[in-house]
Design a protein around this ligand. Structure first.
Ligand SMILES: Cc1ncc(COP(=O)(O)O)c(C=O)c1O
Length: 375
């Protein structure tokens, strides 16, 4: 057993199942570019990437050049697309490591191409069009001229033309439909300019699942891969399988007499003689302090409420109603065996993404894979 008494269990067979469901939904259409940025949404980019590629994804996406380089260093040879802004230094590294990059302007595309040329490598470019996210990219009206320029650049390959939805998770699909039509018009203009051979991609998980017309040549699902909610307003047509469970072992149980308080700021007062257990993880591990006196954790025999203010490295739960649990018992903070990620996200007023991305680097990730049994 590991020395650390708190850990995250990552079930790679869950990742595989989710990817297979996405691939089945795509039919013979869109390729799946699995989004593994932010260390695979906290799950560990390397193992997640391998599982996705083995289950039918054809490429990967990250946010940063360094994330792509780390995947290359781990032995991944499949296409990797850098979704975020790539500066000059990053462009050189991307070319050297055979990464594709998003260009957000003509200027950006020019130095991506020149940095690649300096290294004698092709510049693999995906031109980003801003169709309504107002974050990165050039306007639909500028797209044809920029695409034509990149297409004509020696050493540059216009691999893709892409955009990103602002609210494809919303129940009302009107804006997403408008964004898609802006994108399709820009693509038509690019084609009229004589540019060919690029992949069109725009869909994140929610668009991929709920807007078949947005799947185009390739889609970039992230959150659905991890078995979490792509939308809180629309039901997923398949059963997503959550891949991460955050767990910790009870390291001590103290009897706290009625009237005594627990933790910093004395925010919890025991109404009865209580068995208060300490779990060795806290907000520095990614358990939000905003869950203090609000969240609960799962044990084999039931739920135990979090009591007192969550500390940096520890948190306390009330085991009074769970007499079978004691030192050494395993608590599930979220994921299979405990509260679902969605419960924490809803309590915190955030999205599932943030809950898993917040699990810090000092929590060891332990991988399981029941692939042999499945295949
Ligand atoms: C450009 C881009 N594409 C795709 C994704 C994947 O989105 P999701 O996790 O909602 O599927 C993201 C994630 O934020 C993104 O920024």
């Amino acid at each position: 057993m590991i020395d650390r008494q708190a850990w995250a269990e990552i079930d790679l067979s869950a990742i595989r199942k989710n990817v297979r469901n996405l691939v089945a939904l795509a039919g013979n259409g869109a390729g799946i570019c699995a989004v593994v940025k932010a260390d695979g949404y906290g799950h560990g980019a390397g193992p997640v990437a391998r599982a996705c590629l083995d289950s039918g994804a054809s490429s990967l996406a990250v946010a940063l050049v360094d994330e792509g380089v780390a995947l290359r260093r781990s032995g991944i040879v499949e296409p990797i697309l850098v979704l975020g802004y790539t500066g000059e230094e990053g462009a050189g590294r991307a070319a050297a490591w055979g990464l594709s990059v998003v260009a957000v302007s003509e200027d950006n595309a020019r130095y991506i191409a020149s940095e690649a040329k300096l290294r004698g490598k092709p510049a693999r470019i995906h031109l980003k069009i801003d169709t309504g996210m107002s974050r990165l990219g050039l306007s639909p009206e500028e797209a044809a001229a920029a695409a034509a320029e990149i297409y004509a650049m020696p050493g540059a390959i216009l691999e893709g033309v892409c955009s990103h939805f602002a609210d494809s998770d919303a129940a009302d699909g009107a804006f997403a439909t408008l964004q898609l039509s802006r994108f399709n018009e820009a693509v038509a203009a690019i084609e009229r300019a004589g540019v060919r051979g690029f992949a069109r991609h725009m869909a994140n998980s929610a668009a991929f699942i709920h807007m078949p017309e947005a799947r185009l040549d390739m889609a970039r699902p992230g959150i659905a891969i991890y078995g979490l909610r792509a939308s809180t307003q629309r039901a997923c047509p398949f059963e997503p399988v959550p891949a991460m469970a955050l767990k910790a072992r009870v390291v001590q149980v103290r009897t706290v007499p009625a009237g005594e308080t627990v933790g910093y700021g004395r925010t919890f007062r025991a109404a009865r003689d209580s068995r208060i257990a300490t779990l060795p993880l806290g907000y520095a591990d990614g358990v939000s302090r905003a869950l203090s006196n609000r969240g609960s954790v799962g044990f084999g025999s039931g739920r135990a409420p979090m009591v007192g203010t969550i500390c940096m490295d520890q948190l306390m739960v009330d085991l009074t109603d769970l007499p079978e649990e004691g030192p050494g018992s395993v608590a599930t903070i979220f994921g299979p065996g405990g509260p679902p990620v969605s419960e924490l996200a809803d309590l915190l007023g955030t999205i599932d993404y943030e809950v898993v991305c917040d699990v810090s680097g000092r929590i060891p990730r332990i991988y399981s894979d029941s692939r042999m049994e499945e295949d």
